[in-house]
Design a protein around this ligand. Structure first.
Ligand SMILES: [Zn+2]
Length: 378
């Protein structure tokens, strides 16, 4: 049904050296093979999804390829240049690799960024066309969301992306799970949720991940490279992960995804439409030339306030002697932690608001819809 090939590198230096070859180290830093105290990559796991595969204990208990202390770094919803760049630089500083689950429309906005991520040796994966909640769509619309997303990310990348998919909001209707299986695309849920969309603070995000890891001992970590807390907190987080001895596993596909011609044509049309629009408005800013400049602007996401039924039902299995809480309990506990953190930081927020109340130009927080829909913020 699925197959995973593990390429374990005996020496950290070899792994880091090979994987960082696409992105030479800056002149002021020694090459990865000589750097100490960095995360690097301890294992590269090649995943064959040709017959379908599901990962991530938050929802699935099919496959767990991680050993205690091992982590997979994943970033969703991008790319969004300034914040994604900060994430890329932090990863490069630690000679480590991650997987980026991209939204198709975001990818078409900035194909150079998509290629840069690939050039730096990270895995480019899929997160739908426009980040709709698939559980609320008709089969035809949900299929289009998946397939157009895959075609758009591949078009932006200039070659087929990885056959890896993460459902927006982790909303995974059975019909679409079956569709992805038929298409030979692996489904990736999560183990550790950074809940980075609920805070602007890098340290709050970091502590949440570390706490989650302490509890579970390993896992696929979810962050968003469009979020301020992640763009500022990723470097200290990687520093802490290295210090605490966590090992990064880089997931790569055995074969690239196969795109469908019908959706390739639509993606191409969308890309051409955008090019024409940009050409006709040379002075327009990026945020004005496309319906979405960031995932924050997806109008369809605004009214979402409830967790879809059945999302977090699957209990986490006991593995490796680590007592795992059930996913529902874990989720509840994470949300309670987040609420407590927000409560603790509330006075300073109020103070900041008062200080700026005179300014009529204060921009509204960009993450508002995510805060409103926090329970679904994936
Ligand atoms: Zn998402």
């Amino acid at each position: 049904m699925w197959r995973i090939a593990t390429k374990t590198f005996a020496l950290f230096g070899v792994a880091a050296g090979v994987l960082a070859s696409a992105a030479p180290a800056k002149a002021d830093k020694p090459p990865c093979s000589e750097r100490k105290g960095v995360l690097g990559v301890s294992r590269v796991v090649e995943i064959d999804t040709s017959k379908g595969a599901r990962f991530g204990n938050m929802q699935y208990k099919d496959i767990d390829f991680l050993k205690p202390g091992e982590i997979v770094l994943t970033f969703d919803d991008g790319p969004l240049r300034p914040k994604t760049t900060s994430v890329l630089n932090a990863l490069e500083g630690h000679c480590t690799k991650a997987t980026f689950f991209m939204v198709g429309r975001m990818a078409l906005v900035d194909p150079n960024m998509v290629r840069e991520i690939d050039k730096r040796g990270h895995t480019v994966a899929n997160h739908s066309w426009s980040h709709k909640m698939e559980g609320r769509l008709s089969t035809a619309s949900a299929t289009k969301e998946i397939e157009l997303g895959i075609s758009a990310v591949s078009l932006a990348l200039g070659k087929p992306a990885a056959p890896f998919f993460r459902f927006p909001y982790l909303s995974d209707p059975k019909s679409m799970q079956a569709h992805l299986k038929d298409r030979g695309v692996g489904i990736f849920s999560i183990d550790i949720d950074s809940l980075d969309f609920r805070t602007r603070s890098g340290s709050v995000m970091m502590n949440r991940v570390l706490k989650g890891l302490k509890r579970q001992g390993k896992g696929i970590i979810l962050m968003h490279d469009i979020q301020r807390s992640t763009s500022s907190g990723i470097k200290p987080l990687l520093d802490a992960l290295a210090k605490e001895g966590y090992k990064v596993v880089h997931i790569v596909p055995k074969s690239p995804v196969t795109t469908l011609e019908k959706y390739d044509a639509i993606a191409k049309k969308e890309a051409d439409r955008r090019k024409k629009y940009v050409a006709s408005r040379p002075l327009a800013s990026r945020s004005m030339v496309w319906p979405i400049a960031s995932a924050d602007q997806f109008p369809e996401a605004k009214p979402l306030k409830i967790v879809p039924r059945g999302l977090f039902k699957a209990p986490l299995p006991e593995r490796s002697g680590i007592a795992r809480p059930t996913s529902a309990k874990l989720r509840k506990s994470l949300l309670n932690d987040a609420k407590a953190e927000e409560k603790a930081s509330a006075p300073s927020k109020t103070k900041r608001k008062k200080t700026h109340s005179a300014s009529a130009h204060e921009a509204p927080p960009v993450d508002d819809w995510r805060k409103a829909a926090f329970s679904n913020g994936h």
